[in-house]
Design a protein around this ligand. Structure first.
Ligand code: FAD
Length: 371
């Protein structure tokens, strides 16, 4: 039986869509299988920060991968606008990481001395740029290159661009079984139909462990619930993303501010809780007191695909032909999507992919990681 598609991608979140997009651009016939609507999983819950510098303080493979991914966004945003007509609202207004104690100030000042692209701003300088920030700060680290975008627009733009390249998007199509068919191609079983494809890309985020288990027991992805809310300010405004510890304030182009995000392991529940939203509101008011007078817009929650070492799995299976995995992007799937898509494309075509990334995101590293 002839495969219908060159590549079948399971999961229509930002990672599956980015993989499908770069493969379709390389001329492949792709199909994305998505249980619900594309972008309806963790990707729709994301705040949209491209926080390469805010997510890690180590200059390691993950950091370099994140920076390369971040750097792909201006071209990607331009291409997606031309291809799909959708503006992903990419902005580079920078981020402020606040110091609320003398110790935090010392530590951030040290980072400013040794790291590129970051600068220490005194309290007065921060308040000159961001008038509404609390008087309680000691200053902040300004991270000029960390930008933001609108994740829902990104997923819509990917979806449309893939379709315009003749890629197929099957929404409301949960995959319940995948198997190698007569050693030559893959069979994808859904309630609607059975599909055949030459290669398989498993990219269904938090839910990926179950399907991956058919091929390897080495990796495990677990849900880490995150809650957010959005508000509109009556007085005052914010232009940079501002954050302190586990709370960030992300101003959006439509005037809303997204406040996030809680972290809770061990639950599959996706409803925002009063406890989580109240905690975020309290933290946000401490950062920007005028938030107390803002109008509440909405609250939501999503499940981050977590891994034991908080790093994604992006690899080509060494023992099973044409099987690829892109999952476990945890807190950074929006940031890491373009580079992940490119890496899946390069692995697919056996193009040289950076050795350090192949090593850092390989399947069997989990053996050395405490699960
Ligand atoms: P998902 O978006 O969850 O997509 C997986 C898809 O697979 C889902 O749509 C699901 O329906 C589908 N699926 C599952 N099983 C099947 C099946 N059997 N068959 C077919 N389809 C299936 N990241 C950032 O970079 N910046 C941020 O600012 C940021 N903020 C965040 C805030 C919150 C509150 C949360 C929860 C996450 C945030 N993240 C952020 C993380 C980011 O959202 C995730 O890392 C990213 O969305 C993961 O993408 P994904 O495609 O792997 O997963």
């Amino acid at each position: 039986m002839k495969p219908l598609f060159d590549a079948g991608i399971i999961g229509g979140g930002v990672i599956g869509l980015a993989s499908a997009y770069y493969l379709a651009k390389a001329g492949l016939r792709v199909a994305v299988f998505e249980s619900g609507k594309t972008g309806s999983g963790a990707s729709s819950a994301a705040a949209g920060m491209l926080g390469a510098h805010t997510e890690t303080e180590k200059d390691d493979a993950f950091f370099r991968f994140a920076k390369e991914s971040q750097a792909l966004y201006p071209k990607l945003a331009h291409d997606l606008l031309l291809e799909s007509g959708i503006d992903i609202q990419l902005q580079y207004n920078g981020m402020y990481k606040l110091a609320m104690t003398a110790e935090e100030a010392d530590s951030l000042k040290k980072r400013a001395e040794i790291e590129k692209d970051v600068e220490w701003h005194s309290k007065e300088k921060v308040q000159e740029y961001e008038k509404g920030i609390t008087d309680a700060i000691y200053g902040a680290l300004k991270i000029e290159k960390d930008g933001k975008l609108t994740p829902a627009a990104l997923c819509k733009a990917f979806t449309k661009a893939i379709q315009l390249m003749s890629g197929k998007i099957f929404e409301n199509t949960p995959v319940y079984k995948v198997s190698r068919f007569e050693g030559s191609h893959y069979e994808i079983e859904t309630p609607q139909d059975t599909f055949f494809c030459e290669a398989l890309i498993l990219a269904n985020g938090t839910w990926s462990s179950r399907l991956i288990k058919e091929f390897t027991r080495n990796i495990f992805v677990h849900p880490v619930k995150g809650e957010c809310l959005s508000v509109t300010m009556k007085d005052g405004k914010l232009s940079s993303t501002v954050f302190h510890e586990s709370c960030y304030l992300v101003p959006k182009l439509d005037g809303t501010i997204v406040i996030g995000a809680t972290m809770k392991e061990g639950t599959w529940n996706t409803e925002p809780s009063v406890q989580g939203i109240a905690a975020l509101m309290n933290k946000a008011v401490k950062i920007m007191p005028a938030i107390e007078d803002a109008s509440f817009q909405r609250a939501w929650a999503g499940l981050r695909p977590g891994t034991a070492d908080s790093k994604p799995f992006i690899f080509k299976h060494q023992g099973i032909p044409n099987l690829f995995v892109a999952t476990g992007h945890y807190r950074n799937g929006i940031l890491l999507a373009p580079k992940t898509g490119e890496m899946i494309r390069d692995l697919f075509f056996n193009r040289p992919a950076a050795e350090e990334y192949v090593h850092a995101f390989r399947m069997d590293r989990a053996a050395g990681v405490k699960l």
